[in-house]
Design a protein. Structure first.
Length: 231
């Protein structure tokens, strides 16, 4: 008999991968757009660098706070559902068995087999069985606020550092073009890496992030020119 092999499913990466890609993408796009917008307003390199650094710090903190609040809300909802399920299991165990058996019947099991499955699963861990099959809460997808907040802040800072580095090495006359081109390359690489890690279509993901990044930078550059002219 062959030994069972261990499978590593991509869905197990959803939590950290989503936060990492979102954070890095926002870091590149928002910081590059800020730099391009300020530079287009005829600001000097030092002013552009200060604006970029401020954008990095503010953005990283905003991402961390936003992710923490958002994922904490999800966690609170999950915990409330689990608490309600605990109460129902304690007060209405037979109803809960029937409810879980009905779920398995709808998935294709014979009623008698469904009841046997319910008995065995609930004998081991009734709450886990209901959390997984009734509520859709699993270990892989459960909300982790701290992890999401730290991942988003760190990846935002890493993403934002890329266009900032271009400010340091770019001639003042070419700053807008160098930052824009480099940022689009960074976005394309990020899209490809994120798609590869998540098992998605690499070309589609790359084109998507590159297009929206170019759009954001073009828009802020236009606004920067208008503001710079007006002021």
């Amino acid at each position: 008999m062959s030994r069972l092999h261990t499978e590593n499913h991509l869905v197990s990466r959803i939590g950290w991968l989503r936060a990492a890609v979102l954070g890095a993408n926002d870091g590149i796009v928002s910081t590059a757009s800020l730099i391009v917008g300020v530079a287009s307003a005829a600001a000097g390199s030092s002013e552009v660098l200060v604006a970029g650094i401020a954008g990095l710090v503010a953005g990283a903190m905003s991402m961390a706070a936003g992710e923490y609040v958002s994922v904490s809300s999800q966690s609170d909802t999950e915990n409330a559902d689990l608490q309600r399920e605990r109460l129902e299991l304690a007060t209405q165990p037979e109803f809960e068995r029937a409810e879980l058996a009905e779920i398995y019947v709808k998935r294709g099991l014979e009623p008698e087999l469904a009841r046997q499955v319910v008995e065995q699963l609930m004998a081991k861990d009734a709450l886990a069985a209901h959390a997984h099959d009734e509520l859709g809460i699993t270990e892989m997808t459960t909300a982790r606020p701290i992890q999401a907040a730290l991942t988003s802040a760190a990846t935002f800072a890493v993403g934002a550092a890329m266009p900032l580095a271009m400010v340091l090495v770019s001639p003042a006359s070419m700053l807008v073009w160098v930052v824009s081109a480099a940022s689009l390359i960074f976005l394309a690489l990020l899209g490809a890496v994120g798609a590869k890690a998540g098992g998605a279509n690499v070309m589609k993901a790359t084109l998507r992030v590159t297009f929206w990044g170019a759009f954001a930078m073009a828009l802020t550059a236009g606004i920067g020119v208008l503001v710079g002219t007006a002021v």
